[in-house]
Design a protein around this ligand. Sequence first.
Ligand code: D41
Length: 678
Amino acid sequence: MSDSISQPTAQAVARCAELTKQLNYHNKQYYLLDQPEISDAEYDRLFQELKKLEDTYSSLRVSSSPTQRVGEAPLSAFESVVHEMPMLSLDNAFNEDDMVAFDKRIKDRLKSDETLEYSCEPKFDGIAVSLLYRMGTLERGATRGDGASGENITQNVRTIGSIPLQLAGEEIPAVLEVRGEIFMPKAGFEKLNKRAAEKGEKPFVNPRNAAAGSLRQLDSAITASRPLVMCAYNVGYVEGELPKTHSQILSCLKEWGFIVSEELKVVAGVEGCLDYYRQLEQRRGALAYDIDGIVFKINSIPLQQQLGFVSRAPRWAIAHKFPAQEEMTTLNGVEFQVGRTGAITPVARLQPVFVGGVTVSNATLHNRDEIERLGVCVGDTVVVRRAGDVIPQIVAVVPSKITSSLKAIEFPQHCPVCSSPVETAPGEVVARCSGGLICEAQRKEAIKHFASRQAMDVDGLGDKLVEQLVDAGLVKQIADLFTVPKDKLAALERMAEKSADNLLAALNKSKNTTLPRFLFALGIREVGQATARNLAQHFGKLDNIIHADTDALQLVDDVGPVVAHFVYEFFRQNENLQAVDDLKKAGINWEEKEPVEVAELPLVGQTWVLTGTLETMARDEAKEKLQALGAKVAGSVSAKTYCVVAGPGAGSKLAKAEKLEVNVMDEAAFVQFLGAFE
Ligand code: D41
């Protein structure tokens, strides 16, 4: 990036001043007051905008600009420490083009076209620190602060288990400054917040805030009680010899007693960097800690030295950021949804915001307790988090200065759909509509569940169509599904003669079912697929289940008093017995069997794995047959697997089975095997 000498426009000058003001303000909120008002991503955008202006008009870049330093002056409570060598910051890349440009800048500067070797490591979302060791003994710990000086937190870092107080091993430099990131793993964060909630304390917004708050304790006993980890990523001031590549230096640090990232990898060229980025992004959610990107560093120390740094950041390193998982937006309203079991879920309607790679306009607020815990009102600015494929959540509320426009959220006393009273059972947090199947919302959900793939598997009867059928008054109870006339079906929106025919055929086909599917389809509370299967296996016939008392029910595998109670009560309700009767009259049928003790089933104790495509039967069908014979069907192969059924296209699971010398069957052998039990 070459600096321009052109005169800034009046507009650029004004924008520069405005950005500087905003960035300084938010820096203070974030670093000094622990009270951010904008998301990190928003901060980054303001920062990048200012940086771009300064790159275009170099006269705008003044030494007091927020781009020329990062962070705030240290908090007064801790003694200030001037770093031996400034702790540089990292430039960001936000997409692949930025990465390619970074690689090109380096090559241009080195006047070389050779493929460069990069060291890759996750960018931990924590607090950067410096640890000074003299003759192998920890002498001082400090935060990075503004890069030039930080806070002396020696007492606190000494309580962190992963920070060695004394280095062990060979060739330890006489003076060694180790730099790294202190963070809180996700599991420890969850536990800490749970404890805080139990004590009625305010929870931390995210693991990074929790780590920062834990390090800032004046009482180091509190720091000691927090699950902090430090991962080393660089060395600063050194008196002594170190290897000539970054990856070898990190190996030394590991030998001397530090934790270094297990994900550290050396790759060739920018292509290697992009591959590494894509792979770790996939696994981001599964990692034990939060990361917000990848840091790429030129692996050769001589090349690093040759490249040097500009203003605040080295030319030889860059952080390729992941899309932000948290953003701020406005809570426009709250709606209350009624689920299949009557559970009332508050759903936040948000000002649409781009977060975690998608535009989010709804987030769950879970239940009444959660609304209280957050203290959230309509009109508030909220922090929305979307991690992986998890439903977006509201994790925090930004304290508002203007409270006149806020509106408290009232949890309904009556069902928003059927007006029946809303009740909360003793000891439960979930509030439920007491209307049962008179509630149209519960009825719709019950019918959707009945038709779903794992239940009756009515092909083509999706959620939308169920809503249409109920809204049009064509289906009042589940059994009505089987008597809707074709002309009425065809007249529905987005339906026609052909699709009506298909749906009728699918409904007809679904009538031949199995007892486990039918039981599951009834939607009895707490009766999932596995429980339905165990009940069916144990009792053989539906009538036996209907007439079983709670003691008899508890003889079934995995059925305790709670499930037994729900099953028993379900079949005491006349409308439920009527529904079962109506469904049988509509033609739903299954094979009734003699009751069996699970222990008598032939495949009890065996775990099977299905992989690849099966040609003569659906995967679900194969699974059900194995389970009916008492086998467990698992998703992954281990030494405990009894047998793997491998169809064409089987990949890593088959390879693993072969490696572990587990039995493998092809489909033909499997069909023959099943035949022996018929
Ligand atoms: O994991 C990190 N957060 C991380 C931060 C890392 N893995 N490597 C880093 N490397 C550097 C340089 C290249 C300047 C030695 C960093 C940081 N810096 C850094 N952390 C906070 C500001 C800069």
